[in-house]
Structures are given as structure tokens and as C-alpha cells.
Design a protein around this ligand. Structure first.
Ligand code: PGA
Length: 236
């Protein structure tokens, strides 16, 4: 069973719960578990709506502390209390816009685990790094610095240059990086691919043996597209 996770980023008002309702109303896809990560303001309402269904709800970030003087931040315990099961951490947009380092991502992942959430830790190279032949070195370093030493977590390999651009790496490039990640983590971790996954390319990407699912941005905003991607998942 693959995991198809939707990352709504900073999109979504309460009225968009209609998209979640459409997901819930559709029979569970044969090959995929569905996770939707709306903005923090919608997590509670979405989790209530999804309770008892085949759709789970996650957050997009959390603080590394459980509570305290951190104005504007949301803790993992708050997300769990609101009904989240997962939290995306270290997304390239957070690394770029909020200066998140591997060390902060690791601390956040540990806080998420302590609150009972499954962290989805994002790694991926920029275009300059890929062109300089540094992809494996960069991803390896991010993994070493960002992953907790134990406990459950999921990796999302998201090449920065593929996010929101319509570009995706060639299948053999995805395979090569996923295999390197699996080797470094000594197996046993779910590794999602993310970056411009859409209904047209999902079957190709999700058929790759080393791909355990997808982290979907833009195409997760519409239930119809998200379901089309999930329908391409393979049950094995
Ligand atoms: P995208 O975003 O599918 O819109 O490229 C993926 C992500 O950033 O998680």
C-alpha cells in the first residue's frame, strides 16, 4: 500500500472542506492510503470530518518544543490534539523561507514522535546542486542531520527544482536517489517522491519499485486530481 499525501501549503479556507468531503465520499483507492495536510487553521475541522473514514489528516510544520513562548508557532502536541496523525517537516519552502536547518528539522521530528505523530521529513537538492553533481552528497547530509535516531518516520524526496515547476526527474534518477536513501537508512522506511506529481505522471512515478508513495502539492487541492493520482498507486 502506497501513501499518497497532499500538501495544501498556504492554501485553503473553510469552504474547501468540500474537497475533503469528496475524498471521503469516494471508495478508498485499492493501492493507496490517503493523507491530507491542510493549513493548521483547518486541521481540527478536517480531522473531525475525516474521523472514521479512510482519509487521515496531517500538519505541515510544528515547533520543536511542546509549548511555551513561541508566538505564532504550533506544537506537535497541538496538531495531535487537533486530530492530526502526521506532520510534514523540513519542506524546502520552510528550509528556504524560515531558515530551517537539518538540526531544527531533527528536533521537530523528535517532538512530533513524542506527541505521537509520524514525521514526514523532506529532503532534496536544488538545481544548482544537481547540476554540480552534488545530489547524493546533499541528500545524504540532509538525511544524516534531519532524521531522528529511532522511531517511526517517513522520508519525502523532493528535488527543489521539481516543486511547483512541472518538471520531474527521469524515472532512473528518482530510483537512484530513493535507493541511496534506503541504503543510508538501512531499509524499513517509507520513501515518498514529491515534486510536480500530477494525474499524468503519477502512474510512471508510482510504478517505480523504490517509490512508496507521493507527496503532492498543487494537484492535491482538487479532490478529482488527488484521487486520480491515488488511483495510479500500486497495492504491492
Ligand atoms: P508540487 O509540490 O506537487 O506542487 O510540486 C510538492 C511539494 O512541495 O510537496
Amino acid at each position: 500500500m502506497q501513501l499518497i499525501a497532499g500538501n495544501w501549503k498556504m492554501n485553503g479556507l473553510r469552504a474547501q472542506i468540500a474537497e475533503l468531503e469528496a475524498l471521503i465520499a469516494t471508495a478508498p483507492p485499492a493501492g493507496a492510503a490517503l493523507l491530507l495536510c491542510p493549513p493548521a487553521t483547518l486541521v481540527h475541522e478536517f480531522a473531525r470530518k475525516a474521523a472514521g473514514s479512510h482519509v487521515r489528516i496531517g500538519g505541515q510544520d510544528c515547533h520543536w518544543k511542546a509549548s511555551g513562548p513561541h508566538t505564532g508557532d504550533v506544537s506537535a502536541a497541538m496538531l495531535a490534539d487537533a486530530g492530526a496523525s502526521h506532520v510534514i517537516l523540513g519542506h524546502s519552502e520552510r528550509r528556504a523561507e524560515h531558515g530551517e536547518t537539518d538540526a531544527t528539522v531533527k528536533a521537530k521530528a523528535e517532538a512530533a514522535q513524542a506527541a505521537g505523530l509520524v514525521p514526514i521529513i523532506c529532503v532534496g537538492e536544488t538545481l544548482a546542486e544537481r547540476e554540480a553533481g552534488q545530489t547524493f552528497e546533499v541528500v545524504g547530509r540532509q538525511l544524516r542531520g534531519s532524521c531522528p535516531d529511532s522511531g517511526q518516520f517517513v522520508i519525502a524526496y523532493e528535488p527543489v527544482w521539481a516543486i511547483g515547476t512541472g518538471l520531474t526527474p527521469a524515472p532512473d534518477q528518482v530510483e537512484a536517489v530513493h535507493k541511496a536513501i534506503a541504503a543510508q537508512l538501512k531499509g524499513g522506511r517509507r520513501i515518498l517522491y514529491g515534486g510536480s506529481v500530477n494525474p499524468s505522471n503519477a502512474a510512471l512515478l508510482l510504478a517505480l519499485p523504490s517509490v512508496d508513495g507521493a507527496l503532492v502539492g498543487g494537484a492535491s487541492l482538487k479532490a478529482r486530481d488527488f484521487l486520480a493520482i491515488a488511483a495510479a498507486a500500486r497495492a504491492a
